[in-house]
Write a protein that binds this ligand. Structure first.
Ligand SMILES: C[S@@+](CC[C@H](N)C(=O)[O-])C[C@H]1O[C@@H](n2cnc3c(N)ncnc32)[C@H](O)[C@@H]1O
Length: 267
């Protein structure tokens, strides 16, 4: 049996376009943030592991802690995971890449607390985590052109029309990802929701900074551990798809680079 049993979900990925567009017009006001806009939150109910543990909240952690975080983010090549669940992928990936730095967002507080426990038990020092909504923190925390890889693996489809503004693959958030990725950086995504992969491709490939999905980039991640949802899908034989979008090297560029940058291929 898989460690965690997930809901399989609906047969098709649908969007209430009119309602979503209306909500996205207010995206920059914080519309749809999970837990509400943290600038207006009167108090946080759940405590984070005490500082200096590698967990933070942008609107709550001390200035010294956030200073340590910013220094960490700038000190080595950076990869970011959004929606890490229990952290099965990122904890293993951080251990496999001790000379890179990692940042993981997961809005479920208990999962973050348990990840910090595992990080401490397993001596993982190159990872910081947060239960903030990544969509709030990322543009406030990171510099443009600073991220080598974004991992968005099995994101919630947010089926209900009123929850669709929470989706990560919407134009204003894809703008943020494009801005923060380094030229040549990779947005790595996965989904088992029928129709969501097409929706991801539509929104990312419509962005002028991204090249089309390039399956050749998978080799870079060949030894990545499965996420919890991926393990569940493997267990029940449910198909899923990985997608790899590289940020263009320059506006005129229509090529992508595979691996460390020596091999170039024409699209
Ligand atoms: C379907 S689960 C997949 C978890 C994990 N990636 C996996 O494959 O097992 C999606 C996770 O993303 C988290 N999440 C959704 N939107 C988020 C956001 N804006 N910021 C941070 N976490 C988010 C949810 O709490 C949930 O745990």
């Amino acid at each position: 049996m898989p460690k965690k049993v997930y809901k399989v979900g609906r047969d098709a990925f649908e969007t209430d376009e009119a309602r979503l567009q209306k909500a996205l017009e207010r995206y920059h006001e914080g519309k749809g943030l999970i837990g509400g806009d943290p600038r207006r939150r009167p108090r946080w109910i759940h405590p984070l592991p005490p500082e200096p543990a590698h967990a933070f909240r942008l609107m709550q952690s001390s200035p010294e802690h956030l200073e340590r975080l910013r220094a960490f983010l700038a000190a080595a090549p950076l990869e970011v995971e959004i929606g890490s669940g229990p952290g099965d992928f990122i904890l293993d990936w951080a251990k496999k890449h001790p000379h890179r730095h990692f940042l993981a967002f997961e809005v479920k507080w208990k999962l973050i607390r348990d990840m910090v426990k595992r990080m401490e038990e397993e001596g993982i020092e190159n990872l910081w985590v947060s239960d903030d909504d990544a969509r709030f923190d990322l543009p406030r925390l990171l510099q443009p052109n600073s991220v080598e890889v974004f991992h968005i693996l099995f994101p919630d489809p947010w089926w209900k029309p009123k929850h669709q503004p929470r989706r990560l693959f919407v134009p204003p958030f894809v703008d943020v990802l494009a801005l923060l990725l380094k030229p040549g950086g990779v947005l790595r995504a996965a989904t088992d929701v029928p129709g969501y992969a097409e929706a991801m491709r539509n929104v990312v490939e419509a962005h002028p900074d991204f090249l089309p999905h390039n399956p050749d980039l998978a080799v870079r991640f060949a030894d990545a551990a499965p996420t919890s949802r991926q393990a569940f899908c493997d267990e029940i034989g449910r198909p899923y798809q990985f997608l790899y979008f590289q940020k263009r090297w320059s506006e005129a560029d229509d090529t992508s680079q595979v691996g460390a940058g020596s091999q170039r291929r024409n699209e």
